[in-house]
Design a protein around this ligand. Sequence first.
Ligand code: TRP
Ligand code: SF4
Length: 347
Amino acid sequence: MAELESGAKNDAGVRRVVSGVRPTGQLHIGHLLGALRGWVDLQDEAQCLFFIADWHALTTGYEDTERIAANSLEMTVDWLAAGLDPEKVVIFRQSAVKEHAELHLLLSMIVPTPWLIRNPTIKEQARELGLIQSDDEAEMSKINYGLLGYPILQSADVLIYRAQRVPVGVDQVPHLELMREVARRFNRLYREVFPEPQPLLTESPKIPGTDGRKMSKSYGNAVFLADSAEETEKKLSRMMTDPRRARRTDPGDPADCPAFKLHQVYCTEDEIETVTEGCKTAGIGCLDCKKIMIKRLNADLEPIRARRAELVDRPDYLREVLDAGNVRAREVAQDTMRDVRAAIGLE
Ligand code: TRP
Ligand code: SF4
């Protein structure tokens, strides 16, 4: 197992990476292309810690907690199936490393509430969930303390490992900015304990769901890693295309076709050229066009499905991976917390 250096030794030369995902459901190809593939590439370059953000899941899902444990295990399956190697990266559960909660508490003492109230990511999330009606800052009084403090917990998640890089989507950039402000404030108030973490943005294009909207479990438009090849083909055969191609003889434009976003990811240059030409001249039907992409996509997912099938039969192995990850994460977190307490004067 790769050695994790203690935080104190983790200076300029070593790049440490931390990221987390809320266990809210099955992972889909949007997650795979938007995040997971990037993580897999990182595991050979940096010390990586990837965790299941189960406490964060409670910030909105506190009423319905029945699926959290199962979702957490399933997410671990998806991560390993996608190629994360527990010999190279630390995979763990946020709630298993209580030091995150201690640091969250201590950081909450130094965070002015306006930093939280103006947070655009939480506002958008609260609006989507119907918790607030408008962007008005007064509306934020309707949301729970835990959700308001979401970015403080997230700051603790990253700062506790003294990570320099955080692979996330663009929606998380405001949280990273806040995290750096929190780190700076702590370092200034007490002493230099935390580096200022920078986001690592994925280059992959946004993957639309089968209805053309953003791919999301809650929209019912997602292709899951757990879907069979047949299921995947069925979903994608019905995927939305350029509406101008209502009839087979109507020409279209791939630029206005949600399905074509997947061609761009999965098809060869030759195929993309053929498809583009066929689309614009009505020389190819949408179903045949999508079949070309579906074949590539299914071939790409096949090894992931095979590993998934193996892993779901090995719950003991999954628990071992998480237990080992929890222990290794805790070691680093405890090391940082000693410095944090000493800096504040809590020794
Ligand atoms: N906020 C992230 C999301 O919604 C999840 C998350 C929690 C996270 N803690 C983190 C991401 C720390 C990166 C680092 O996707
Ligand atoms: Fe999309 Fe292909 Fe249909 Fe054109 S032919 S609209 S690219 S599915």
